[in-house]
Design a protein around this ligand. Sequence first.
Ligand code: NAI
Length: 235
Amino acid sequence: MEYKPISKAVIARLPRYYRHLGELMEEGVERISSNDLSQRMHVTASQIRQDLNNFGGFGQQGYGYNVKYLYTEIAKIMGVDRQHNLIIIGAGNLGQAIANYANFERRGFIIKGMFDINPRLIGRVVRGVEILGVEELEKFIVDNEVQIAALTIPKTKAPEIADRLVAAGIKAIWNFAHTDLVVPDDVVVENVHLSESLMRLSYRVCSMQDQKAQKEKIEEEKALKKEKPERNAQT
Ligand code: NAI
């Protein structure tokens, strides 16, 4: 397959295609047209065709997409057809919640280790993974060919740990700490901020309510204007 630069927007949509295609496979669907996929995903068929054309199409005119083939190809593009070794730094509430979510493994993300500075946590085991002291970080990364580090520590501690991770050879940081990390160009950071997502939701619900209130006000004013001439006529 020929690779050309793919926009971030398309990449951001791929996991959703992957999920829907996985569900279609579970339902036993072998082929799907871009129209049917568009109805299912609530995006336009032309958007789907455009997105998938970035990777050479995968579809045949009038014949639809082969679901399993498309699923497999998208997995390859996203790199979830291979194993990624992952560690979690910060074994508190969030770190343990991530470690307890078994589904990441189904996608090839294997949690190899967890690290913390709290002596009460060190030595505990979460779903088969032992929490180690953070001083063991660098050696562990090399010995276990770790590629991805999840940062679930306070934001004040995140930059220092990120520097250590980069120096130890980590190329991908899944950052949950509420801070913007500064890393070299060959290191990728994916920020996951639930509160930012909640704020976007808040904006959407508030703007919907504002629009509704504005509409009601306009309707009220219209009704008042209609009423007024009638009253004037009576007097
Ligand atoms: P927590 O206090 O339960 O866990 C933090 C853990 O990090 C503690 O066990 C602590 O001992 C450990 N830690 C502190 N400094 C460390 C270091 N230098 N090296 C290794 N471990 C260290 O906190 P929680 O609720 O798990 O949150 C963790 C972080 O994630 C916080 O920064 C919080 O703001 C953030 N967070 C982010 C969310 C998001 O959507 N991005 C959602 C929830 C929390």
